[in-house]
Design a protein around this ligand. Structure first.
Ligand SMILES: [Zn+2]
Length: 715
């Protein structure tokens, strides 16, 4: 049975002119009025935290803690007489926030029971070095400020931060991007879990020094955004003064389109996610603008729009054939596929749990037909905007609602695409919703709600105490659709879409930190940090171009800052720039991709780079030809024995002189002529001989020498 709302989804997708990113061109982003800005964060490699003397970079298991502190958020009026949106939302969620503390990595400072120590000078010096490379104007005096953080990720509710430089710049392939500012600040807590009304954080990461680079929103395509982010990261890494590996670098990505809003996608862990994420966010905003237009056509006066709702009685649940049964509270709700008689049905629901704790509410949305199934992102509709908020603000885990315009998104034709999208959680639950959806008698529900033909309906389920918040949340989200793309922070998903995280706080609330004195930056100190700066990124780009290195190797080489090492290998051992660069940028990159010996860990990566250098040296000493290094390296990373003589024997290497190899080649050519199935084609003969002799020649002489010899003989 085809679902009629798929048509609406496809039609509205076309309205937004959505294209897959691989087919998108610059003109698609011009049409959107796409703009993107970045806040790039990276942990500094220091021994201690920024404002206390606890160690930095030491992490604990989630269950390895000495104490827990519980906090509840309570909003208070700001100095302007307003409540902060984030604080208010966090209050609404009635979250219990728990901090797990291990005394090895946190002290009373992190809990705001002790004033800050003077700022960590080592962190400052390291940050300044990076600031110079970003061509920042360095400030003369540091003012430490408190930036309000009301999402719970910092126990004190604020983060200490200080601006080191303003108005810097970086250079992309085809344009210059201006940087607003460069700061040094404290990292926040690590989130351990977030379920229903309880969120748990670990405080080991809290207070570690972090640098933040903020760009102007000057990136006009998703690829420029990716390039700019990579560029900023490469520059920081080239100093060797920042931490690398999972969690050490994160970025917030801001996207807006013409008529839209600056939406912040927080904590993007991988740069390679940026293009798809920003692409989808641009089109999401476009579709919300189209929804707004549509609603403004339908409603002359949107301010009087109100939804109605009704708690469904057991009798009504039975009449509309909604089979919904709770098995345990972890699972939230579970659909039972029972064609029940009325008695069975009531028995099922006589489980006290669902009677007393849960309610099922039906909502009628006047004249909203076609909006819930309106496209917003790949495999996501406007209804998801609502469901996401119910999860975050109402704390009702998904699946938390069903609606009459449900699109199952599980047609056979898109199966492959869904797999490649890695759509897991949400779609994994869709079979349940799909079955529920097909059983519900929506006509009967519309009768119960006295709905008209152009209305839409939602059914949600929640614990009694959460129902007012959920109702507010739904009403609020729909009313926002009449006027704007809501101001919110969103969270990236691996499939390239994003989901609601929280309403955007007001403009950054910054207060001077009364506990810290200003720190003047003397010119001696600044000059000191200018010493031994690594080469600039644009210099390294030029180097790679000059070396005639294939472009597909650039990113890997720059990301791991390998140009100095390549230069060293070439200078010391006299191999060619291009072959050494290809070894790193293609062969070693592939080794890492297969993640042998845990190369996802940065220590192991450095170990393999070092080993490559050692192997090059060994080959030079032993007068081996360069191209055997691939085999050797592959053997070496898979072996615990690092005696290179042994490795060489293991891959079956034997020494042959050039003359011996030529003689072998002659013999092989004669052998070919005696083959029963030989071809008269000379090329075929040479390939056959090459195939046989390759293994003997590898490491002894360059294969092109053999090829040339064969050609000569063939004449
Ligand atoms: Zn501490």
């Amino acid at each position: 049975m085809t679902n009629k709302w798929i048509e609406n989804f496809e039609k509205t997708k076309q309205l937004t002119k959505y294209v897959d990113i691989k087919d998108a061109t610059k003109s698609d982003y011009e049409y959107l009025g796409f703009r993107c800005g970045l806040e790039v964060h990276q942990q500094l490699l220091t021994e201690k935290k920024l404002f206390c003397r606890c160690p930095a970079g030491m992490y604990h298991d989630f269950n390895d803690y000495d104490a827990e502190i519980i906090r509840h958020m309570r909003p208070t009026l700001s100095e302007l007489g307003e409540y902060d949106g984030t604080a208010l939302m966090e209050f609404k969620t009635k979250k219990e926030i728990i901090y797990r503390i291990n005394k090895k990595t946190a002290c009373t400072y992190e809990m705001d029971d002790t004033p800050p120590f003077p700022i960590n000078k080592d962190a400052l010096a390291k940050a300044l070095k990076i600031a110079h490379l970003l061509r920042m104007n360095i400030v003369g005096e540091l003012h430490i400020t408190r930036k309000q953080y009301l999402d719970g990720s910092i126990p004190t509710g604020f983060q200490r931060t200080t601006i080191l430089g303003i108005e810097g710049e970086i250079f992309l392939k085809n344009k210059k991007i201006k940087l607003i500012q460069f700061s040094c600040e404290e990292d926040s807590c690590r989130e351990v879990s977030d379920f229903e009304h309880k969120r748990v954080y670990f405080t080991d990461r809290l207070g570690m020094p972090l640098i933040e680079t903020v760009t102007y929103p000057e990136m006009l395509t998703p690829w420029e955004a990716e390039e700019a982010c990579q560029n900023i990261r490469f520059i920081a890494r080239s100093t060797g003064l920042v931490r690398t590996g999972i969690g050490a670098g994160r970025q917030d990505v801001n996207v807006s389109v013409t008529g839209g809003t600056r939406v912040e996608i927080k904590g993007v862990a991988h740069i390679k996610w940026i293009p798809k994420l920003t692409h989808n966010e641009g089109f999401r905003q476009k579709s919300l603008l189209l929804i707004k237009n549509e609603l403004n056509i339908r409603f002359k006066d949107s301010s009087i729009w109100e939804m109605t709702h009704k708690e469904l009685s057991l009798n009504e649940l039975f009449t509309i054939k909604l089979n919904l049964c709770s098995t345990d509270d972890k699972q939230a709700t579970n659909f039972l596929n029972i064609e029940s008689s009325k008695e069975n049905y009531f028995n099922m629901y006589s489980i006290p749990y669902i009677n007393e704790e849960y309610k099922i509410i039906a909502i009628n949305l006047p004249n909203l037909k076609g909006i819930l199934s309106f496209f917003t992102q790949p495999y996501r509709t406007f209804a998801d905007e609502i469901s996401d908020r119910i999860k975050v603000i109402g704390c009702v885990e998904k699946p938390n609602m069903i609606h009459n315009e449900f699109v199952p998104f599980d047609t056979a034709s898109n199966y492959k695409e869904r797999l490649s999208f890695k759509i897991s959680n949400d779609l994994g639950r869709h079979p349940l919703l799909k079955e529920m959806y097909s059983k519900i008698d929506w006509i009967e529900l519309q009768r119960i709600l006295s709905a008209s033909e152009n209305d839409a309906q939602i059914i949600f389920w929640a614990k009694n105490e959460d129902i007012p918040t959920v109702l507010d949340t739904i009403s609020e989200r729909i009313k926002l659709a009449f006027s704007c793309v809501p101001n919110e922070t969103r969270k990236s998903r691996p499939d390239g879409t994003n989901i609601f995280e929280r309403v955007l706080p007001g403009p950054d609330r910054m207060y001077p930190d009364t506990d810290s004195k200003p720190v003047s930056l003397t010119s001696e100190f600044i000059d000191l940090t200018k010493e031994n700066l690594p080469e600039t990124l644009s210099y390294k780009y030029e180097q790679l171009k000059k070396w005639n290195v294939p472009e597909d190797t650039f990113i890997f080489i720059l990301r791991h800052d390998l140009t100095p090492l390549i230069e060293q290998i070439v200078n010391e051992f006299n191999f060619s720039y291009s072959s050494v660069s290809i070894l790193f940028g293609q062969f070693i990159k592939n080794l890492f991709g297969k993640d042998i010996v845990g190369t996802s860990k940065s220590d192991n990566k450095q170990f393999i780079f070092k080993m490559t250098y050692d192997l090059c040296k060994y080959m030079k000493d032993e007068e081996l030809d360069f191209y055997i290094i691939h085999k050797l390296l592959k053997k070496a990373v898979n072996s615990s024995n690092l005696n290179y003589d042994d490795l060489l024997a293991k891959i079956g290497f034997k020494r042959y002189s050039k003359d011996e190899l030529f003689e072998k080649a002659d013999n092989l050519m004669n052998e070919y002529d005696t083959l029963p199935k030989k071809s008269s084609n000379l090329g075929a003969k040479q390939r056959w001989v090459m195939g046989k002799i390759k293994n003997f020649a590898l490491g002894n002489i360059n294969l092109t020498t053999i090829a040339e010899y064969l050609k000569l003989k063939g004449k």
